[in-house]
Design a protein around this ligand. Structure first.
Ligand code: DAT
Ligand code: MG
Length: 142
């Protein structure tokens, strides 16, 4: 079926600005179901695995440092084509050009190489979603 699960993270900028509820509101308003929600501070090991595809890029270390600078809200959301659907809600990576109406377009900030405060992460494929959910919520791995 087309019912999928995706991993969403409200990044430290979102949590510290009090936007966790706003992100959850948009996920729920779209009709997706919350399967798991947990506030936690990630460590290097978790973040290096989470962002393994970006290892070696100039923004990798600043990204990891930013992601561990404060708590993140880790969320598993479920619904019809939710992987693509949440990416659409989030908007494109660079908040400067993300469409108005999206989370990043409405609320995100681009501070350049030294951290793109784009508020949220969302898995980008079924393989990524399975890998990331297993990393953040081992009890939900399948
Ligand atoms: P996305 O989060 O939209 O999937 P990505 O996987 O390409 O984007 O990159 C992961 C994160 O790394 C992204 O949310 C913000 C940061 N990032 C990506 N490209 C960047 C760049 N050129 N400069 C600074 N940060 C960047
Ligand atoms: Mg990505």
């Amino acid at each position: 079926s087309d019912i999928q699960r995706t991993l969403v993270l409200v990044k430290p900028d979102g949590v510290s600005r009090g936007l966790s509820g706003e992100v959850l509101r948009r996920i729920e308003a779209k009709g997706y179901t919350l399967v798991a929600v947990e506030l936690r501070t990630a460590d290097d090991a978790l973040l290096q695995q989470h962002y393994a595809e970006h290892e070696g890029k100039p923004f990798f270390q600043p990204l990891v440092d930013f992601m561990k600078s404060g708590p993140v809200l880790a969320v598993v959301a479920e619904g019809h084509r939710v992987i693509e659907g949440f990416r659409s809600l989030a908007g494109t990576t660079d908040p400067t050009v993300a469409a108005p109406g999206t989370i990043r377009g409405d609320l995100g900030r681009d501070w350049g190489l030294k951290v793109t405060q784009n508020l949220v992460h969302g898995s980008d494929s079924e393989d990524s979603a399975a890998r990331e959910i297993a990393l953040w919520f081992p009890s939900l791995a399948r």
